[in-house]
Design a protein around this ligand. Structure first.
Ligand code: SF4
Length: 912
């Protein structure tokens, strides 16, 4: 500790504290316009000057660290005068500056210091209104460079540039033109940090500043950023990052920061509806619930409980999902319950549970700053998990090594030491080749293999057949690069692995993840900070929905039915069905064959997001009765909905989410739910009561539900709502005095002292190119849109990325005589769609990429029926396609009736 004197009083601070932070911690107000705690100090405004006893001249507090015995004076008349002079210098650029800039108006620090101060007439040449979310008025700029610094130091985008010098200094977008034309990724960091309003959120310009702030968790991806939701007159007018958030540390991406206006969408369904003779009719909740209960009872009685299935929601809370699976098991008497983890990371959970004993991320996002190397596999983190992507990018800029394994040259590949641009579908041989190089070159960790791994002798024998030289041509990568990647991963310890759906959505998804775990085991990259295997989960609560028991074979806490049923039956005072449940893919198969009759789809647009859309739609249409619970009339509702139950968004209710790093965090109500919408848990309780099971669903708040979750989930027993008020907690957290677990498998694995190495043979996909289908298509997401586009397409994100596109290499575009933006017919063995072409120079010839966010494109008409052999996750990532000019396509190929989207997202009003 350092002892210092401040204005005559003695204080102690930890080493490394700057004078400014010390003053702020004592509540001492010192102006500091260029300061932002997220950024490195640069002492540009020089308003934070203080006097040090014995020093020849004042120093700036923001960039001067405390030293032992320092004697600091903050408000002497000399210092006050110097601040006035510095402020006058800052104001010289602004015509009315001096008399408007007053020291009395400057608080100690913060992000909005001068937003209410007039800067004189607006200079139109310094205005930029191009961006849908951000207004730029550089006539208010004071050259604090916070916008430039946050873009460089936090986002790593370098979209703002400092142009010219002295009085002529200007801050301009890197396009040299408008912000919209620049490389900006719309994270809003610049608007958040700007102290003058030179860069400002348009939402508050339009709707006014918030009158209330509510802390909650982002409703989009599985990173789980915490945010402050600013509201005014029951409307969200601004969202800002929570500065002290564990995960995002004062930063958000464009979805979390700006994509909130779907809550006010004109086509939001706010009353329950029943469909009769194809038409939706508004009804009361009592009618909708009674109608649903009658039909579920009728079908279960006639065809048995296993003729009904329930799909939980990755957008719902843990409490919603816990009740959804309890409803399936206790009310319906079936284990037919699943969620969208089936189509994303079920392979990760299965592989990691089989090898390590826990099917979840081994480490924490905070480990990013401790890792010396990164292995990124099949994850486009800067687009799909942008906050983690930005943290990795910053770590690499500071010197950490980076290996990217992805068929595309994603953004992070540009920062990589090695990029293995493998052929889609060759994960297993590539990872085996890396393992082979590690074995051959003795890069393995001997102590780890001796003490914590089993099957080493057999594995060595097996893996030698996968030399990088043998696998190179097959995987489409240079053997030397494979060896280089293996060396970097093994030698840059600790090295942290992140993977995404590029690993899992294959016919060998589970086995691919096992190969990845092999690499971590061989090199000892587990059980310590900055290491491990970490699936980046797609939706905000997909980790939670599966973990709460929306899995046919697992109860809450990912325990099998055999393992858990005694405890659950004791807590529930009800029987847990022992019959084998169907997962979502099997439910659709059963619908198609006639044995599944009813489905309750909670917050999940199966029709748009499942592969092989024609077959999916046929399956859904075969059902007798379908309950759709959502905010909008989605494609399931349009295809086959019988009753529609409207829900509150996560901004309109309470509960918890679980992010990718096993962290449970609070979701809090910021605005009132519109119309008659209800939280999912309330609807589930209502339906359970109507089906005669009220005693098992006697809940009056999410916290009451959570208390039951804690009773059945030992690893979450220590997580209480009260504790969550002080920040999220990572399970295992078995007791209320347990701090939570940041790193798994530190001393032993969940299922024993040793983890097995797995010998995985390769099975090739049947999605191969042919003269008829000469291109390989990879499918995925983009930064600005989210899954089925249900929420993001109803915000101004639609202006930033309005349509699904087909990304093609310039060589292929030339070969087919196409142009940028030209609409082409894309055909696979399973269907066809029409997409506009986007020329992407980083694409490899022969490969293409398309997003799946809109019903306009309905991309999943192209994806096929192939599935992972263990957990049945569909093969979204490899589709052989033919790309044709629309003019060359016989009109018969795309008949309007069958091939046009059933509706558009933006015109989704109920039928009269
Ligand atoms: Fe939300 Fe994910 Fe973006 Fe964070 S990174 S703001 S959780 S979408």
């Amino acid at each position: 500790m350092l002892a210092v004197t401040i204005n005559g009083d003695r204080h102690e601070f930890v080493e490394g504290t700057s004078i400014l932070r010390a003053l702020q911690s004592l509540g001492l107000k010192v102006p500091a316009l260029c300061d932002d705690p997220r950024l490195q100090p640069i002492a540009a405004c020089r308003l934070c000057v203080v006097q040090l006893a014995g020093a020849p001249r004042p120093v700036t507090a923001c960039n001067t660290p405390l030293t032992n015995g320092m004697d600091i004076h903050t408000h002497t008349s000399e210092i006050e005068q110097l601040r006035r002079t510095n402020l006058r210098l800052l104001a010289t650029r602004h015509t009315q500056g001096e008399h408007k800039f007053s020291l009395r108006e400057l608080p100690s620090s913060g992000s909005e210091n001068l937003k209410d101060v007039s800067f004189g007439p607006v200079r139109p040449e310094l205005m930029d209104d191009s961006h849908p979310y951000i207004r730029v008025d550089m006539s208010r700029c004071i050259d604090c460079f916070r916008c430039v610094r946050i873009c460089d130091e936090i986002q790593g985008q370098f979209a703002w540039r400092i142009w010219n010098r002295g009085d002529a200094t200007r801050i301009v977008p890197d396009s040299g033109k408008t912000l919209l034309e620049s490389s900006c990724v719309s994270c809003g960091g610049c608007a958040d940090t700007c102290p003058t309003g030179a860069i400002e959120d348009k939402s508050i310009v339009t709707f006014g500043t918030p009158t209330k702030w509510t802390r909650t968790t982002c409703p989009y991806c599985g990173v789980g950023c915490e945010m402050m939701v600013g509201t005014r007159d029951n409307r969200i007018v601004q969202i800002k990052p929570a500065l002290d958030a564990f995960v995002n540390k004062g930063h958000l991406c464009v979805k979390g920061r700006y994509a909130f206006d779907f809550t006010n969408a004109a086509d939001r369904i706010t009353e329950p509806m029943i469909r009769t003779n194809g038409l939706w009719k508004k009804v009361s909740w009592a009618e909708a619930i009674a109608f649903s209960a009658e039909n579920l009872k009728r079908i279960a009685k006639t065809y048995g409980p296993d003729s009904v299935g329930v799909l939980g929601s990755a957008r719902g809370t843990n409490e919603d999902n816990y009740l959804a699976q309890k409803f399936a098991r206790v009310v319906l008497g079936t284990n037919n319950v699943d969620c969208c983890a089936r189509v994303c990371h079920a392979p990760s959970a299965a592989a990691m549970k089989a090898m390590l004993g826990t099917g979840a991320a081994t480490n924490s996002f905070d480990d990013v700053e401790q890792a010396r190397g990164f292995l990124l596999c099949g994850t486009n983190a800067t687009e799909n998990h942008p906050i983690v992507g930005a943290r990795i990018k910053q770590a690499v800029l500071r010197g950490a090594k980076l290996i990217v394994i992805d068929p595309r040259q994603i953004e992070l590949a540009r920062y990589a030491d090695v990029h293995l641009a493998l052929k889609p579908g060759t994960n297993v041989p590539l990872f085996n080749a890396m393992a082979c190089a590690i074995v051959e070159e003795k890069l393995f960790d001997e102590a780890t293999l001796r003490e914590r791994v089993s099957g080493w002798d057999e594995f060595q024998q097996f893996i030698r057949g996968f030399t990088p030289e043998k696998m190179a041509e097959f995987c489409g990568v240079d053997a030397r690069l494979v060896r280089q990647a293996a060396r970097l991963y093994a030698e840059s310890k600790p090295a942290m692995c992140f993977h995404g759906l590029g690993m899992t959505e294959h016919i060998q998804g589970t086995e691919g993840v096992m190969c990845l775990v092999n690499l971590a085991l061989l090199t000892g990259n587990f059980g310590k900070p900055g290491s491990g295997v970490n699936p980046l989960r797609g939706q905000n609560n997909v980790q939670g929905s599966a973990h709460m028991g929306c899995e046919p074979g697992n109860l809450t806490g990912f325990v099998t039915i055999d393992e858990g049923c005694t405890l659950f039956e004791e807590v529930w005072r009800a029987k847990v069905p022992k019959t084998k449940g169907l997962n979502m893919m099997e439910m659709l198969d059963a619908a198609s064959s006639g044995s599944m009759k009813a489905l309750w789809a909670i917050g999940y647009d199966v029709a748009l997001t499942n592969p092989n859309a024609h077959a999916t739609t046929q399956s859904l249409e075969s059902l007798d009765f379908v309950i759709v619970q959502d905010m909008f009339l989605n494609e399931v509702a349009r295809a086959c909905g019988s009753v529609f139950l409207p829900v509150a968004s996560s901004f309109e209710r309470e509960g918890t989410f679980m992010n990718s790093e096993r962290r449970v965090q609070r979701v809090r109500k910021a605005i009132k739910a519109p119309g008659q919408t209800k939280a999912d848990w309330e609807i589930i309780c209502d339906l359970a009561r109507a089906m005669g099971k009220a005693e098992f669903f006697d809940f009056h708040s999410p916290e009451e539900i959570w208390e039951e979750v804690r009773a059945v989930w030992k690893a979450g027993h220590g997580i209480t709502y009260e504790r969550l008020e002080h920040g999220g907690l990572q399970w295992p957290c078995p007791a209320e005095d347990h701090p939570g677990t940041t790193v798994l498998h530190a001393k032993s694995f969940t299922n024993g002292p040793r983890a097995p190495l797995k010998r995985i043979e390769f099975t090739a996909t049947e999605e191969t190119i042919s003269p008829e289908f000469p291109f390989l298509l990879n499918t995925g997401r983009t930064l600005y849109q989210f899954n089925a586009g249900t929420m993001t397409m109803r915000t101004a994100n639609a202006a930033l990325r309005p349509a699904d596109t087909l990304d093609m290499a310039p060589e292929d575009v030339r070969l087919l005589a196409l142009e940028e933006g030209e609409r082409v017919c894309v055909r696979s063995r399973h269907g066809e769609v029409v997409l506009p072409v986007r020329i992407v120079s980083a694409m490899k010839p022969g490969e293409s990429f398309a997003t799946f966010h809109t019903a306009h494109a309905f991309l999943n008409r192209l994806t096929g029926p192939a599935r992972d052999s263990i957990v049945l996750t569909p093969e979204y990532k490899v589709v052989a396609v033919r790309i044709e000019k629309l003019a060359d396509v016989n009109a018969q190929i795309i008949p309007a009736s069958a091939k046009q989207p059933t509706s558009t997202l933006t015109s989704g009003h109920t039928e009269p």
